[in-house]
Design a protein around this ligand. Structure first.
Ligand code: PBG
Length: 324
């Protein structure tokens, strides 16, 4: 042949060569598994829109933890479904609350399993918003900080290794850091949901966490999906306020954001492969439209390749079983 063909395919000829030049490897160390904990006895209630995901009561949590632990998954992200909801989210910062109880059980039975707690008020508010709603219907940012800090402190007191504020109020990282430090929890880390978008992909989660807003939506606090530069400002602020780990959420429609944050900042970066992303895969796989295992690993690899160090995913157990 007359013209010089550049032979890219030489390094794709067999699996051993491909393995040698592979740039991205997802390992179980990268994965965090979200858990929904509820009150009651021997409850393991399936979440319809998320096959394989359950709301689990504290008394039978140990079985679930044993599996997670034996798979080598380094940590869990806890969400609580309280018995009572009210206008001040009091169950969120009750030391006897369901997340606090689950945290104590985990730290008691599997001390080396990392407990990350989602710090937000939406599951605990009767109206389902992530902050205090004033009479005029507006979210009161600064009054909300006080409740978030109480919640984070209560989680830290129960033994949480990392608190993860997901509310998107302004100033919450700095405020929570200050309150933790003042109360002797300087060692408790903060994973900030720094760039969290107002996303339709959270739909199934709101069934799982029973946290759908009763009126309006979250667009006055979560980010506009159209904005990228704004995400960098959010991350910058959270880092300045003391975030130890920053997060981009959701993951798949925001891979560019993950990459831009990775390029600009050196903090550990988490990405949340959210409920809707999981449900899409499960639904397509159930119909025989996608090869579930293959696509799951492709998704996780893509998120890692984009620049995430940590992937929060409902697929963590399924992936760990394959990755070993
Ligand atoms: C709480 C919170 C949400 C998610 C994590 N924390 C829901 C929301 O903001 O509406 C979504 C997680 C998922 O979809 O998997 N604010």
């Amino acid at each position: 042949m007359a013209f010089p063909v550049q032979r890219m395919r030489r390094l794709r000829r067999n699996e051993t060569i491909r393995r040698m030049v592979r740039e991205t490897t997802v390992t179980v160390n990268d994965l965090i598994y979200p858990l929904f904990v509820i009150y009651g006895r021997e409850k393991r209630l399936p979440v319809n829109s998320m096959p394989g995901v359950f709301q689990i009561s504290c008394d039978i949590l140990r079985e679930e933890l044993r599996e997670i632990h034996s798979l080598g998954i380094p940590g869990v992200l806890l969400f609580g479904i309280p018995e009572h909801k009210d206008a001040l989210a009091t169950a969120a910062y009750d030391d006897k609350g369901v997340v606090q109880e689950a945290t104590r059980i985990i730290k008691d039975s599997f001390p080396d399993l990392l407990v990350i707690t989602d710090v937000c008020l939406c599951e605990y508010m009767d109206h389902g918003h992530c902050g205090i709603v004033d009479k005029d219907g507006e979210i009161n940012n600064d009054a909300t900080l006080e409740l978030l800090a109480r919640e984070a402190l209560s989680h830290a007191r129960a033994g949480a290794d990392i608190v993860a504020p997901s509310d998107m109020m302004d100033g919450r990282i700095g405020y929570i850091r200050q309150v933790l430090d003042e109360n002797g929890f300087a060692g408790t880390a903060i994973m900030s949901y720094a760039a969290k978008y107002a996303s339709g992909f959270y739909g199934p989660f709101r069934e799982a966490a029973e946290s759908a807003p009763q009126f309006g939506d979250r667009r006055s606090y979560q980010m506009d999906p159209a904005n990228g530069r704004e995400a960098l400002r959010e991350v910058e602020l959270d880092i300045a306020e003391g975030a130890d780990i920053v997060m981009v959420k959701p993951a798949l429609a925001y891979l560019d954001i993950i990459t831009r944050v990775r390029e600009r900042y050196d903090h550990p970066l988490a990405a949340y492969n959210v409920s809707g992303e999981y449900s899409m895969l499960k639904a397509a796989a159930a119909n025989g439209w996608l090869d579930e295992e293959r696509v799951m690993l492709e998704i996780l690899t893509g998120i890692k390749r984009a620049g995430a160090d940590i992937i929060i995913t409902y697929s963590a157990k399924d992936a760990a079983r394959i990755l070993g």
